[in-house]
Ligand binder design. Structure first.
Ligand SMILES: Nc1ncnc2c1ncn2[C@@H]1O[C@H](COP(=O)(O)OP(=O)(O)OP(=O)(O)O)[C@@H](O)[C@H]1O
Ligand SMILES: [Mg+2]
Length: 370
């Protein structure tokens, strides 16, 4: 994507446009971002990902920002940068990270976001904040529903519809009230009206990839639903998406959870850090919805709108019906001593050498299926 092409999108700051609403985003100068981040000082660094490092900063008006700075310039990185800005600039939702603007000077590419004081869900579940146990059950439930609403907005209300393709714990950020903000749209795809899926290079993170996407490169909303199921299981259990069994193999969180859930052992599935302080029916609901999302067959997964309804407890009958089918299928497959058809995918060893590692491209073509 030519970088210039994204400039047509979003509502840019326009000083002539008096009386207009607060501008959605603006262009920052490199000088301004140097000043805000104390010259990208190491002490300001919040974290690092595939795109580059993220720095905390403060603007002249006192507002706090997070600045993502591209590590190494390349055509591929330029495309990711453009996709992220293009997509973020066209969406606004309380559960999506807000774009403040960007900077493109020389080979410097920077994206400016609202700063999220509670960092990522990953840092609370498995990282620097995990020992503080700040995520009680109420907050976890709120994060689950909020992130589901953010993704449902991308799938069902944004025009054109958007698939995220990298839903995972480090891409769910938390504001000062622990409200979830879905972040990182660098891998997202716009889905034109009428298209059922796009065939595309496989990108994303091991442990979160839907089987049809990992194997065939078929990206659709339902791939995000699968990843969201994995994320829900992490929220409830505090476990990582992939567990190392031995040197050669891993077990996916869904393969671990399904047998326990089908035997009704929900207590064993709950994060021990919760010290049994949770609403039993909500825990059960989260786990059942998660397992429905993480089914191998995409056509059996719910939509994100249904996920939101079920998580909120607004579709009890539907939930009971789907739960019965889910566990019946698992039970009958187990009786036959087969791999359950509907269990979540287990990931091939070759691809699974590192948990949370990025997946390499599996093909070059991108095409639309209608
Ligand atoms: N807006 C923000 N506010 C506060 N912290 C942020 C913000 N954006 C990112 N971070 C922090 O920076 C870290 C790195 O983010 P980044 O998106 O670059 O990498 P990642 O999500 O870990 O991996 P990936 O490159 O696969 O997305 C995050 O885990 C988060 O802790
Ligand atoms: Mg990220």
């Amino acid at each position: 994507m030519a970088f210039g092409s994204m400039l047509c999108c979003g509502r840019r700051s326009d000083r002539k446009n008096k009386g207009a609403k607060k501008p959605a985003w603006r262009i920052f100068s490199l000088k301004e971002l140097h000043a805000a981040t104390n010259n990208f000082n190491y002490d300001n660094k919040l974290g690092e990902g595939g795109f580059g490092s993220v720095y905390w900063g403060q603007l002249w008006d006192g507002s706090q920002i997070a600045v993502k700075r591209l590590k190494v310039w390349s055509d591929k990185a330029e495309t990711e940068f453009a996709v992220e800005v293009e997509i973020l600039a066209r969406v606004r939702h309380k559960n999506l990270l807000t774009l403040r603007g960007y900077c493109a000077e020389g080979q410097e590419r920077l994206i400016v976001y609202d700063y999220m004081p509670n960092l990522s869900l990953l840092s609370h579940l498995h990282g620097q904040h995990s020992s503080e146990c700040l995520l009680d059950w109420k907050r976890r439930m709120n994060i689950a529903i909020g992130s589901a609403e953010g993704i449902a907005y991308l799938h069902h209300h944004a025009t054109p519809h958007i698939i995220h393709r990298d839903i995972k714990a480090s891409n769910i950020l938390l504001d000062s009230n622990f409200e979830a903000k879905v972040a990182d749209f660098g891998f997202a795809r716009l889905i034109p009206d009428g298209a059922t899926h796009v065939t595309t290079k496989v990108k994303g993170t091991l442990g979160y990839l839907a089987p049809e996407y990992a194997m065939l490169g078929q990206a659709s909303e339902s791939c995000d639903v699968y990843s969201f199921g994995v994320l829900l299981l992490e929220i409830a259990s505090g476990r990582r998406a992939l567990q190392k069994l031995n040197l050669a193999s891993n077990c996916s969180i869904a393969d671990w959870a399904l047998p326990l859930a089908s035997e009704g052992k929900f207590t064993e599935l709950a994060d021990p850090k919760l010290n049994r302080n949770y609403e039993e029916d909500e825990l059960r609901r989260v786990i059942v919805v998660a397992l429905m999302c993480a089914q191998r067959r995409p056509e059996k997964r719910p939509t994100m709108l249904e996920v939101v309804e079920m998580l909120k407890g607004e579709a009890r009958e539907k939930l009971i019906e789907l739960e019965n089918t889910l566990f019946k299928n698992w039970q009958s497959a187990d009786d036959k001593d087969e791999n359950p058809e509907d269990s979540a995918d287990s990931i091939s060893e070759e691809k699974d050498s590192k948990s949370e590692s990025k997946v390499a491209d599996s093909g070059d073509k991108e095409e639309l299926a209608r």
